[in-house]
Design a protein around this ligand. Sequence first.
Ligand code: HEM
Length: 125
Amino acid sequence: MEENFFDRVGGAQTFENLVSHFYALVSIDPILRPMYPDEDLKAAAERLSLFLQQYWGGPHTYSDTRGHPRLRARHAQFPINLAARDAWIRAMKSAVDDLEIDLADREELWSYLEMAAHSMVNLPD
Ligand code: HEM
């Protein structure tokens, strides 16, 4: 049987590494940090990790606990202008670049995340 993306890149651990690197950068980012309501970013990190695991063929825990992703609707309450999008992209790029995965997988992951970030903008600059 052909392995799916989730298994191929190392399963849950890889997504946990990605998201923990990303949130370490969010926690010191002057644009992004104020947008995250919780003092502790752990719950937000868990939601993003579970969403990405599900998207890439892993367990469906995200939808089992959070329902349908509806990502644009869920982000409508946050002011995502181009500067916020670019800050998100910068932090995520650094996290993706740090993963030890094959080049083709890295490119596939990155092109999805970048496209998704562009689609989340909901405010002009
Ligand atoms: C473009 C810039 C983006 C900004 C500024 C942003 C910001 C945020 C904020 C402030 C939250 C709330 C944190 C929390 O869960 O408590 C959130 C949640 C979330 N974001 Fe983003 N986000 C962006 C793009 C993305 C993208 C591209 C994805 C997916 C590829 C994504 C996936 C998620 C998920 C899954 C959640 C949790 C939703 C839930 O279950 O409530 N975000 N985001």
